[in-house]
Design a binder for this molecule. Structure first.
Ligand SMILES: *Cc1c(COP(=O)(O)O)cnc(C)c1O
Length: 419
């Protein structure tokens, strides 16, 4: 057994060893039975010790030497078709394949209980690839989209700019919204910005054969694994919690290999692959993901409770404080997350006052980082959303970070007045 492993490893040392080895089953560490926190630290690094490395290697090559014309051509063919790197082949060109990106993909797949994952230059690039792969203008171009959704997702579907046709609906209207040419169902939970909880299983059951994509950006794999509940794909804006430090843009979709092939083929054509430096930062970000999410969630709970009885606040949107008719918390989602939204009694003027008076919070879009952010969804993240689906101007959304909760509460007191 040990000899076989050594032989397998020594065969791989040499050209492209760093590209190939971590994907092989005989890597030096088996992570299969690890707890989530251990996986977050070690997944995608199984072969590093055998390679004599401790930190993640970064491969910035845009092009790669070809062994010979035939094997070069075969590699190109395999990768352009959405396949993975052939054992004795070449990565050819980094729009087709990059080993640093593949390491991050391997790690994220393990955290999402998925066979594999495909990483993109942003969350919207990931969503675009999913739409082109599963709802192509030349095929089943109809998409059923459960509202509320992230503003950018809503916008790309509402405009139909990729040739899709959309039916927006409530979670219990999915079955009735399906057509013969429905190629994809899209949903988000907890949803942006009002933190609605949607039962993934209930949507999957209605969707039947149609693949369901769940935007898991808010919950993160720490709190929720959509594939465990029947979803075909779990998507992330990796820009948010996965990166966690507000310094890297990325997107990723965790899924089974046949779905991944279709996504990679689109990624090759559209040039939407994640940059290797971004992959490095995202992979490093995973190591502290469980710690960050749990600590931010605890802070969010404290802030949400304080806001709950504040006279300037008419409604607090926070999972666990609101109705959960589908019984999502404790079954589908193991926590309540670190996003909090509020409705202000003073409406738009109060939102303006609050967002411009904070000092610890930054008035900015985005979320999921170690520092707290505050923004108006109607004015910014959900600006392109049409009609009734647009959140009210009296709603303010907060991403709670790792600051001491008393300082966050003192900061909110500046804008809202004392409780
Ligand atoms: C930010 C975000 C996106 C888009 O991701 P980008 O990385 O900004 O392209 C999609 N879904 C949700 C829930 C988001 O918060």
């Amino acid at each position: 057994m040990l000899l076989a492993l050594q032989a397998a490893l020594s065969k791989r040392v040499g050209r492209n060893a760093h590209i190939h080895s971590f994907m092989c089953e005989s890597s030096s560490m088996t992570t299969a039975n690890f707890h989530f926190d251990t996986l977050a630290v070690h997944a995608g690094r199984e072969d590093l010790t055998a390679l004599g490395l401790h930190a993640l290697p970064i491969d910035l090559s845009t092009t790669n030497p070809l062994p010979d014309i035939e094997r070069g051509g075969d590699s190109y063919e395999a990768l352009a078709g959405g396949g993975t790197l052939p054992q004795d082949g070449s990565a050819v060109y980094s729009r087709l394949w990059n080993p640093t990106v593949a390491r991050f993909e391997s790690a994220l797949a393990q955290l999402e209980h998925a066979e594999t994952s495909v990483a993109f230059s942003s969350g919207m690039a990931a969503l675009t690839a999913a739409l082109l792969a599963f709802a192509p203008p030349s095929g089943k171009k109809h998409v059923v989209a459960v509202r509320p959704l992230y503003g950018g997702t809503d916008h790309i579907l509402a405009t139909g700019m990729l040739g899709t046709e959309v039916t927006f609906c409530a979670p219990d209207e999915v079955a009735g919204s399906l057509r013969d040419d429905t190629g994809l169902v899209i949903m988000e939970t907890s949803a942006n910005p009002t933190l609605e909880l949607v039962s993934i299983r209930a949507v999957v059951d209605q969707a039947g054969e149609v693949p369901v994509l769940v935007d898991n950006t808010f919950a993160t794999p720490v709190l929720q694994n959509p594939l465990d509940h029947g979803a075909a794909m779990a998507m992330h804006s990796a820009t948010k919690y996965l990166g966690g430090h507000g310094d890297v843009l990325g997107g990723v979709i965790a899924c089974a290999e046949p779905h991944a092939e279709r996504l990679r083929a689109i990624r090759v054509i559209t040039g939407a692959i994640l940059h290797p430096l971004a992959a490095y930062l995202l992979h490093r970000g995973l190591t502290t993901l469980p710690l960050r999410v749990r600590a931010q969630q605890e802070n969010a709970r404290r802030v949400a409770e304080w806001l709950h009885s504040h006279p300037a606040v008419t409604e607090v949107f926070y999972p666990g404080m609101n109705a959960d008719p589908a019984g999502v918390i404790g079954t589908q989602m193991s926590g309540t997350g670190a996003m909090v939204s509020i409705r202000l009694a003073g409406g738009y003027e109060a939102a303006k006052q609050l967002t411009s008076s904070v000092q610890v919070f930054t008035h900015a879009v985005s979320l999921g980082g170690v520092d707290s952010l505050i923004e108006s969804p109607a004015a910014l993240t959900h600006r392109p959303v049409e009609g009734d689906a647009k959140p009210g101007v009296d709603i303010v959304r907060m991403s709670i970070g790792l600051e001491h909760p008393d300082d966050l509460i003192a900061d909110l007191t500046r804008g809202l007045g004392p409780r």
